[in-house]
Design a protein around this ligand. Structure first.
Ligand code: ARG
Length: 423
C-alpha cells in the first residue's frame, strides 16, 4: 500500500520517452544519466546552468555526450541569477537563521525554471534531478517544476535507488563513467556566485572545528594580510552599483568583492541549520561577497529608514528568506513581500565604507541624501538645535502607562488606592 502510494509520486519507466536531466557533471548525476537510459529506456537531454561555479563547462558537455546524451545545453545564467535572484536577496537582507545567505537555495528555482523551459521546448515528459531525499534541494526543484509544468513527471533517482557513494563508484566503473578526481574528497560541495556550501565528512560532528581543507576560497583569517583593506560600495535603490567609485554590472561587482573578501578571509560560516524536512544539520559555507554586501546594505537601509520601518522590515525580510529557503519561490506571498521590500528600498541610495580585516568585515562609514540623521540635532556641541527641555514633558508621558501599571498591580494586600496621582 505504502509502496503504491510512493510509486504514484514517481514516474514509471513506460511513461517516459524523453527526460531532461539537471546535470552538474559530478558523479551522482553522471551515474543517473546512464541509469535513466538503462532503467527507463529513455532518451536524455542534459542541462547545466552556469551560476558562477568554477567548472569547465566544455568538459561537462563532453562527458554528457560520451555517456550517451541525446542533446546537451549549457546555459550561462550568471546575469539572470544576479539580477533576478541575488539582488532581491540583498534588498531583503536575506540571512536564513541569521547566518546563511541562502546561496544554494536561491539558485534552485532558477535551475528548475530552465529545466522546465528546455523540457517544454524539446517535448520531454519528465525532469530528473540528483538530490537526496534528506535535503532541501529536492523540495526546491520539485515545487518549482510542479508549479511551472504540472504535467511534467519528476524522477529522483538518488531517492529511488538508495545507492551509497561506494555503490556509485562500482556502478561508474562498470559503466565506463569517468570518476572525478574529487571522488576521494569526503565533502559534498555546491557552488555559485553567492557562496559555496560544504557538507559531509567530519563536518557531521558539530563539536569539531571545520578542518582547513574544507575551505577552498577564503584565506584562513589568521593568515590574512596584517593591513586592513577599505572598500566603498555605492547603492542605488537598494542595489549595489559601484565599488570604490567605479560603476560595474552586478556580476563583476560580486566577483570583485568576492576577490577582496577571499584575500581577507571574510565570509566563513559555521552554523546549525534547520532543514525543511525537519533535520538539524551542521552547515559550513564560504560566502565572501554575500557577507560584505549584506552587511553594507543593511547598514545603509537602517540609516535611511525610520525605526518603525526598520522593525517591521525585519519581519518581512525573515518571511521572504524563509520562503526562499523552504523552496517556495513560486508562492504568491513572495510578490506581496517584494512590493513592500522594493518600496522601502527606493530610498536605499548612498555609499557604505567597509573595512576588511582578518576574517571580519565592519562598516566604518556611510552617507546618503535620504539619511534620517541630522548632525545639528545629534551633536553634543553647544550649537545643537535639539531642544533638550522638550525631553522633560516627553518622559512624563512616555512612562505614563508603565507607572500606572505598577501602582495598580495586584499585590497580596489588594490593589493600591487609585487616588495616587500619576501626573
Ligand atoms: N543547506 C544548504 C541549503 O539547503 C546547502 C545545500 C547545498 N546543496 C547541495 N546539493 N550540496 O540551501
Amino acid at each position: 500500500m505504502l509502496k503504491e502510494k510512493v510509486a504514484s509520486f514517481t514516474a514509471r519507466p513506460d511513461e517516459v520517452d524523453l527526460c531532461v536531466l539537471l546535470y552538474s557533471g559530478g558523479l551522482d548525476t553522471s551515474c543517473m544519466l546512464v541509469w535513466l537510459q538503462e532503467k527507463y529506456n529513455t532518451d536524455v537531454i542534459t542541462v547545466t546552468l552556469n551560476v558562477g561555479q568554477a567548472k569547465d563547462f566544455r568538459e561537462i558537455e563532453e562527458k554528457a555526450k560520451m555517456l550517451g546524451v541525446k542533446k546537451h545545453y549549457t546555459i550561462d545564467a550568471r546575469e539572470e541569477f544576479v539580477n533576478e535572484y541575488i539582488m532581491k536577496a540583498i534588498k531583503a537582507n536575506a540571512l536564513y537563521q541569521d547566518a546563511y545567505p541562502i546561496s544554494s537555495s536561491l539558485s534552485r528555482p532558477l535551475i528548475a525554471k530552465w529545466g522546465v523551459e528546455i523540457a517544454k521546448k524539446e517535448g520531454a515528459d519528465a525532469i530528473s534531478h540528483g538530490c537526496t531525499g534528506k535535503g532541501n534541494d529536492q523540495v526546491r526543484f520539485s515545487v518549482t517544476i510542479n508549479t511551472l509544468a504540472p504535467e511534467m513527471k519528476i524522477i529522483a533517482p538518488v531517492v529511488e535507488w538508495g545507492m551509497s557513494r561506494d555503490d556509485e563508484i562500482i556502478y561508474a566503473q562498470e559503466h565506463g563513467i569517468p570518476i572525478p578526481v574529487t571522488v576521494n574528497s569526503p565533502y559534498s560541495i555546491d557552488e555559485n556566485l553567492w557562496g559555496r556550501s560544504i557538507e559531509c565528512g567530519v563536518l557531521e560532528h558539530p563539536e569539531v572545528e571545520p578542518p582547513p581543507d574544507v575551505f577552498l576560497w577564503t584565506t584562513p583569517p589568521e593568515k590574512a594580510p596584517n593591513e586592513p583593506c577599505y572598500v566603498e560600495i555605492g547603492f542605488e535603490e537598494g542595489v549595489p552599483v559601484s565599488v570604490d567609485g567605479v560603476r560595474m554590472n552586478g556580476v563583476d561587482l560580486i566577483m570583485k568583492l568576492h576577490e577582496l573578501g577571499c584575500i581577507h578571509g571574510v565570509g566563513r560560516i559555521d552554523h546549525m541549520e534547520d532543514r525543511i524536512v525537519g533535520l538539524k544539520s551542521r552547515e559550513v559555507y564560504e560566502c565572501p561577497a554575500a557577507t560584505i554586501l549584506l552587511k553594507a546594505h543593511k547598514d545603509l537601509e537602517k540609516f535611511v529608514c525610520t525605526r518603525h520601518e526598520n522593525a517591521f522590515k525585519k519581519l518581512v525580510d525573515e518571511q521572504w528568506t524563509s520562503l526562499v529557503y523552504s523552496g517556495l519561490w513560486v508562492e504568491p506571498l513572495m510578490e506581496d513581500l517584494e512590493a513592500f521590500i522594493n518600496n522601502v528600498n527606493r530610498k536605499v541610495t548612498g555609499t557604505v565604507r567597509l573595512k576588511l580585516f582578518k576574517g571580519n568585515v565592519s562598516v566604518v562609514g556611510r552617507s546618503s541624501n535620504y539619511a534620517l540623521y541630522d548632525e545639528n540635532l545629534a551633536t553634543y556641541d553647544r550649537k545643537s538645535t535639539f531642544n533638550q527641555l522638550a525631553s522633560l514633558g516627553f518622559i512624563e508621558l512616555w512612562g505614563l502607562q508603565s507607572r500606572m501599571a505598577q501602582v495598580v498591580k495586584p499585590k497580596s494586600g489588594g490593589i493600591q488606592s487609585k487616588t495616587v496621582k500619576y501626573m
